[in-house]
Design a protein. Structure first.
Length: 145
């Protein structure tokens, strides 16, 4: 069973889930504590920041993907991770028609939840969790006209 856990965690948790209600399959595989989608998100953002600096915004929340973005890009010269949330920036921010920026801005979200900032961003990429409806989405800041 240990080898199966190393080689194929999904199969391991499917077997364990059939034998006990305490398998914590959702936590490890399909819910937010799962790390699925994090390496792909990091790789994608790293590819966008190879030649220039970018800002990566996340919700005011802890867990995946928010905490992972701060962890993976800690000390990065080209990726600055910050909380983009009207509660800490300014609720009046939502009154603006657009958000101008000289630097590319991305938002990494759980299930496309942008805490009211939806009108400022458009989804660019979606990375699903196995066997579930949850996903990580990467959004880019819309250009001001």
């Amino acid at each position: 069973m240990t080898a199966l856990l190393i080689v194929s965690p999904l199969i391991y948790f499917n077997i364990l889930d059939k034998t006990t209600s305490l398998s914590q399959k959702t936590g490890y595989i399909s819910d937010w504590t799962s790390g699925y989608g994090i390496p792909e998100t990091v790789n994608y953002l790293e590819s966008l920041s190879k030649d220039n600096q970018i800002v990566v915004g996340v919700r005011l929340d802890a867990g995946n993907p928010e905490s992972a973005m701060f962890t993976y890009f800690n000390g990065s010269k080209n990726v600055m991770v910050t909380y983009l949330d009207p509660r800490i920036l300014n609720p009046d921010l939502l009154k603006f028609a657009c958000l101008p920026s000289n630097v590319p801005v991305y938002f990494v979200a759980r299930d496309g939840i942008l805490n009211g900032l939806d009108k400022f961003f458009q989804e660019e990429k979606r990375l699903g969790k196995p066997e579930g409806e949850h996903y990580i989405s990467i959004h880019t800041l819309k250009k001001c006209d």
